[in-house]
Design a protein around this ligand. Structure first.
Ligand SMILES: [Zn+2]
Length: 101
């Protein structure tokens, strides 16, 4: 998003999603195709809204522009407990991250 000598062009919304993406990694959340050391259930999620609009959670590996959503995959919304639950992983690791000094 930033070429040499250029300026950063991402919108505020895109920057928030990017920040959420990287913070998610710090808490052990993975991409849609992440393998170990990420747990098998901690993957990003994709869904189709109104049968035509593709949507992606914040941990999707490629930035998908306005189709990205500022949310983590979760077993209760835009995800499932078996493969797409980044929120669970973040919740599990928050105590470890809080202990870093
Ligand atoms: Zn990433």
């Amino acid at each position: 998003m930033c070429s040499s000598g250029g300026s950063y062009q991402a919108t505020f919304s895109h920057r928030c999603i990017n920040a959420a993406h990287e913070i998610g990694h710090l808490f052990g959340a993975g991409h849609e195709d992440s393998a170990a050391p990420y747990p098998s259930y901690a993957k990003a999620y994709h869904w189709t809204e109104w049968f035509i609009y593709d949507r992606y959670t914040a941990l999707w590996s490629s930035f998908m522009g306005n189709d990205m959503c500022l949310e983590y995959s979760c077993d209760t919304r835009h995800g499932d407990a078996s493969l797409h639950d980044n929120a669970r992983r973040i919740s599990e690791t928050k105590g470890v991250v809080a202990g870093y000094q």
